[in-house]
Write a protein that binds this ligand. Structure first.
Ligand SMILES: [Zn+2]
Length: 368
């Protein structure tokens, strides 16, 4: 596993690169951990990579930290750890042209609950918070054991858990049972109405959207950062599936991709029964083909990583960061589902994931 403590120690080791990196605290979590953001590069084009929205997906934190070490090695010492050929002068160019904002672990409370259990997760709380949040976590586990948890878009799909320990081992939410990747504005209202209909309106190890969009310190601080910092590309890392969800949204270009990913279904759904919409669809498809033949970040990521571009279905189509960013800013954003297997992925899979992704993570900004 890759715990919060391992992350803190790795961030300490990164300091050996001196002025190349800057580390800041983005926010404090509900249970009192610091969410760190690492800035590398001095350029005007900013890209943001976010890992571990979800507790079981800590392998994405390890990936982003390995990327940070590789990037510092390239910029500072001309070392190449990117598993592909890279020109020796690349480090300097990257430093001058781009700025990478890296948030390796957005949800350290969730990662700690998953890796080390709720007691360890509450270690940074004062006595009052310990009682309050301890109760929330216990209640979430009890409700989950009684009713299961699942996809509110299809309540027949229920996940079952064998014990309280099992619930915590499969914890995806933050320290008070809110799923951060359902806590963004995009699709929130629709999702909330599905939650209300299904009666799933309580803290849970996964998929509870919270009281309102950006209600959590982690999601709220992240959105504030994005609003304030003119990010041109957002990659948000989850596990698993070796898939990419998202779109580029070049000005007026691939509306087709936008419709495709946003609605979680076929773009033909935009065509109405009376025939309206056909023209829009044809024009957007043509525009997409003409303007974005080779420049699409999505196509580039697909080609370089070997991951397949796909469309989120069910609950995954609501309240996510990638959709919110695209709707709000109309710039390139992708959800990258790393590795394959069942969560949490074994850390032994990290080498394969790095082979697929380190190079495209470094070079995707050059398409902007
Ligand atoms: Zn996830």
């Amino acid at each position: 596993m890759y715990t919060y403590e391992t992350l803190c120690s790795d961030i300490g080791k990164l300091q050996q690169y001196g002025d190349i990196i800057h580390v800041k605290t983005l926010c404090k979590t509900v249970l009192g951990r610091e969410v760190d953001i690492i800035k590398i590069g001095n350029g005007k084009k900013r890209v943001l990579y976010v890992g571990a929205h979800h507790g079981m997906e800590y392998i994405t934190s390890a990936l982003i930290m390995d990327f940070a070490f590789a990037l510092c090695g390239l910029i500072g010492r001309g070392e190449n750890r990117f598993c592909r050929v890279i020109n020796a002068a690349s480090g300097k160019r990257i430093w001058e042209k781009y700025c990478f904002y890296l948030i390796p672990m957005l949800n350290p409370d969730g990662v700690t609950i998953c890796c080390e259990g709720p007691e360890k997760a509450l270690a940074y709380c004062d006595t009052k918070q310990k009682t309050e949040y301890g109760r929330v976590l216990k209640k979430a586990a009890e409700m989950t054991l009684e009713y299961g948890t699942g996809d509110v878009t299809d309540i027949s799909l229920k996940s079952r858990f064998s014990s309280e320990k099992d619930v915590f081992k499969k914890w995806q939410a933050n320290g008070r049972g809110v799923d951060l990747n359902h806590n963004y504005q995009s699709g929130f209202a629709e999702y909330k109405s599905l939650e209300l209909k299904s009666g799933r309106i309580y803290p849970s190890p996964t998929r509870f959207s919270g009281a309102y969009p950006e209600s959590e310190p982690e999601s709220s601080a992240l959105c504030s950062l994005i609003r304030a910092s003119e990010v041109s590309l957002l990659l948000t890392f989850h596990s698993q599936g070796k898939e990419l969800y998202g779109n580029d949204f070049f000005s007026g270009g691939n509306t087709r991709d936008y419709i495709f990913s946003r609605s979680g279904c076929d773009p033909l759904a935009e065509v109405k029964e009376d025939g309206t919409g056909v023209d829009i669809l044809r024009r957007t498809l043509d525009g997409y083909r003409l303007k974005n033949k080779e420049r699409s970040v999505g196509r580039f990521l697909e080609k370089e990583s070997g991951y397949a571009r796909s469309v989120p279905t069910g609950a995954a189509a609501y309240g996510g960061l990638t959709d919110w960013y695209t709707e709000e800013f109309r710039r390139a954003a992708y959800t990258v589902e790393v590795g394959h297997g069942s969560n949490p992925l074994p850390m032994s899979m990290l080498d394969e994931i790095k082979k697929d992704l380190l190079y495209p993570m470094l070079t995707a900004p050059t398409l902007l």
